[in-house]
Write a protein that binds this ligand. Structure first.
Ligand code: GRG
Length: 308
């Protein structure tokens, strides 16, 4: 699929394939993250090396791409959305570092590399996660602010998405659910918070960076919610159908930890159908953009078909 969209470098509108789109946005986000973060030699060097190790370990940069695509859908300039795209990636990376710790999921591999605590030790890994979370707010505070969305509104959005009623709530419910039989409804509660909340926050922040009207923000919220749930259903499917090499993290962990997942509760086939239905709901919510949300649409399709 190719679609017309402004390039990050502000070149004129040019048709891009999704692969080119993801590659250019990843490169732009990586450059911006490199500028925002303290250098690897800044004192104390250990913590900055640890932060950078996980941040630049090769993540897919899905959340930043969604943030930038949402900005474009609302007629904004992606450059204005960059600090917010970087902020969500910092929060996402922090959550992965902490999730991999022995006290949580206890994993040795992430993004195809040894996990942070395996390289830097548990103490530094905890601090690297803490520092990335804090860094996210420092970066977001450097956005330009918009008439409808002040700096305060932007920080509130991030804090709520990452806080104890969303991202952290999902992790708490996930930990408490291990080894227990849980209902599909409760699983959805976990997925909504653990995964969907930050994806939803990413697209909403993109829209806010374009000073979008409330109707567009509502549409982005619907889109982010459904794409986020579909993303986690696919993640559950990949955990049982892909190899560790392909995923860059330990495959089959959910069943080993006796975690409830969509495949374990409703089976693989039904899980696929649910992911398709959720993606369709996401597509439907884009109608309000009247053909201007092509990158968001392409990303939602890509996330449904992804194999890692
Ligand atoms: C605050 C400790 C703590 C945890 C918060 C988000 C979370 C809860 C834990 C992270 C682990 C996890 C399985 C989250 C679900 C979301 C998910 C599927 C993350 C992986 O996202 P990708 O595939 O990863 O976008 P990359 O590495 O490509 O960025």
């Amino acid at each position: 699929m190719s679609f017309k969209i402004k390039r990050l470098s502000l070149h004129p509108q040019t048709p891009l394939s999704l692969e080119e789109y993801l590659a250019t946005r990843t490169a732009g986000v990586n450059r911006a993250l490199d500028r925002f973060l303290p250098s690897a030699t800044a004192k104390p060097a250990t913590i900055h090396r640890a932060m950078r190790y996980s941040l630049f370990a090769g993540g897919k940069r899905i959340r930043p791409a969604l943030c930038l695509a949402a900005a474009a859908a609302c007629g904004g300039d992606e450059v204005d959305a960059l600090p917010l795209a970087c902020a969500v990636e910092c929060i996402h990376t922090y959550s992965l570092i902490h999730d991999d710790l022995p006290a949580m999921d206890n994993d040795d591999y992430r993004r195809g590399k040894l996990t942070n605590h395996k390289v830097f030790g548990e103490g530094i890994a905890v601090l690297a996660g803490d520092a990335l979370l804090t860094e996210a707010f420092e970066i977001a505070a450097q956005c330009k602010g918009w008439p409808r969305y002040s700096h305060q509104r932007i920080i509130l959005e991030l804090a709520r998405g990452a806080g104890s009623q969303q991202l952290i709530a999902g992790q708490v419910a996930d930990l408490e659910g291990e080894g227990n039989k849980i209902s599909a409804r409760h699983l959805r509660y976990i997925h909504e918070r653990k995964t969907s909340a930050l994806l939803c926050c990413s697209v909403r922040l993109g829209g806010m960076s374009a000073n979008c009207p409330i109707a567009q923000l509502k549409a982005l919220t619907e889109f982010g919610y459904h794409v986020g749930l579909a993303f986690q259903v696919i993640d559950d499917i990949l955990d049982v159908t892909q190899t560790s090499e392909k995923l860059g993290k330990t495959a089959g962990k959910d069943s080993k930890a006796q975690k409830a997942t969509y495949p374990s509760i409703v089976g693989l086939e039904r899980s696929r159908r649910i992911a398709e239905q959720l993606t369709q709901r996401a597509f439907d919510s884009l109608k309000v953009f009247r053909g201007k949300a092509l990158a968001l649409e392409a990303l939602a399709g890509f996330l449904l078909r992804r194999d890692r």
